[in-house]
Structures are given as C-alpha cells and as structure tokens.
Design a protein around this ligand. Sequence first.
Ligand code: ADP
Length: 259
Amino acid sequence: MTASTSDAPLVHAVNVSKSFHGNEVLKGIDMDVATGEVVVLLGPSGSGKTTFLRCINQLETIDGGRIWVDGDLMGYDDRGGTLHRLTDKRIAAQRRDIGMCFQRFNLFPHKTVLENVVEAPVQVKGMKRKAAEARAMELLQQVGLGDKPSAYPAQLSGGQQQRVAIARALAMDPKLMLFDEPTSALDPELVGEVLKVMRDLATRGMTMIVVTHEMGFAREVADRVVFMDAGVVVEEGPPSEVIGNPKHHRTRAFLSRMR
Ligand code: ADP
C-alpha cells in the first residue's frame, strides 16, 4: 500500500487492542477510513473512543493489532513479520502528518494567535517564517479569524480559541485530522462556529475522524458513523442508518439518552 494507491484506505486499523492495568479498553477494533471520508465516532463515555484516536497517532502504544496511516505502519517497523518499535524521532515524524484537536485547546498563552499557528511549521518543519506567516493568515481567514492575528488567546472566546487550534493543526498540512470532542468544553452559543469550521473542512475534502456528541453534525457531515461500546465497534454505517434506524439495542439505548 502506498500513498499513490488511491483506493487504499488512508487509515487502516486491524484488530487493535489496548489495555490499561489489565483493563482492556479496546478489544480488537477494525476500522478503515477512505481519503476524504468523515467518520464520526459515537459511544458512551468510557467506550474507548479517545483511546482509539490516541492510538492512531501513537500517543498510546497499542498492545495488539496494527494501524496504517497512508501506508505507514504507525509506531513500528515490520521486518519479515516481526514488529520493531520505531525510535521516538520516527514516531514524531509519522505524527506530523496527523492533526489533532482536543476538548482543551492548549494554545501557548504568551504567544499571539499568529505565533501559535506559525510555531510548528517553523520549528518542526523548518519552514521560512515569511511563508509560514502567509500560510497562517490564509488559515486564520479560513477559520474566520483573519482579523485576530495579533490577539492573545486570553482575549478570545473559547470558540475562537478552538478555531485557532484548528488553524494551528492545519498549518502542518495534515493528511488526517482527529477531533476529540472539540466542542464539549464550549458554552452552547459557541459550539456552532466551531462545527461550521469543521463542516467547511469536510467540504474541502479533509479526511476526518471526529469524536462528538453533536448529533446534528454527525447526521449532516459524517459519511459514516461508527458506534462503539465497551471497546468494540457495535455497528457502523451511514448516519441515516446508525442514527436514523439503529439495529443494535445498545445503539438505540445510547441514542435515546442523547435525545
Ligand atoms: P471515551 O473516549 O469513549 O470516553 P476513553 O478512551 O477515554 O473512552 O476511556 C476508555 C477507558 O479507558 C476508560 O475506562 C478510561 O478510564 C480508561 N483509560 C483511558 N486512558 C487511561 C489511562 N491513561 N490510564 C488508565 N486508564 C485509562
């Protein structure tokens, strides 16, 4: 599988398992995500959604299974069927192609919006500052903050800070964006502006895996919804099926609590 094989999935996860202190939180997850696809992960708290996202970009080390992103085996070198852990440097290089947005935005508080967005492309990718700034301004415009490059995070609303965090992730030109409940720390009136930016990103063809409880977003933007419970994928399919007409009783029970 290589990046040029267009029909190969961008994310190919096979039988992924992960335990914390003997507690198995991922019990053999299989998941393929096509280039340009938007997958929403739904499931009760504690079902393993965050852990799965963190496994994709190697913030967690998996105990079993394999994950490929764009043809790269994440975290390991496969030498004749024997896996060898990659060096931290190589894992960091793999992670560079994957943008991640969390519930908490973790912007650098003493840097301006523009400096926050420019930091990684300059420091990590060695991009020229002028070029990085020009790209950062484009991205700030894309997220509706073209007028805020000189502001400091504390001067912005939570919704604006999360949009800066999205621009910051995009500045690394990721192949894949992972969102972990990006709106759940926000006041309700600020949720829409962040979802709008994410919807726009989906329209532009970004491949996205999104953990969210925003059912409207899942219905309207997801190509596919994956419902997880207790570390397994219970059911998946288009939102019209999984949300509109769930087959499994656990999905129905979850959805009835959401409404
Ligand atoms: P979800 O995102 O669906 O709410 P998580 O992936 O956050 O679920 O958590 C799944 C389970 O794994 C939970 O029981 C949680 O307590 C446990 N867990 C997650 N991270 C850790 C960790 N670093 N150490 C120990 N247990 C963890």
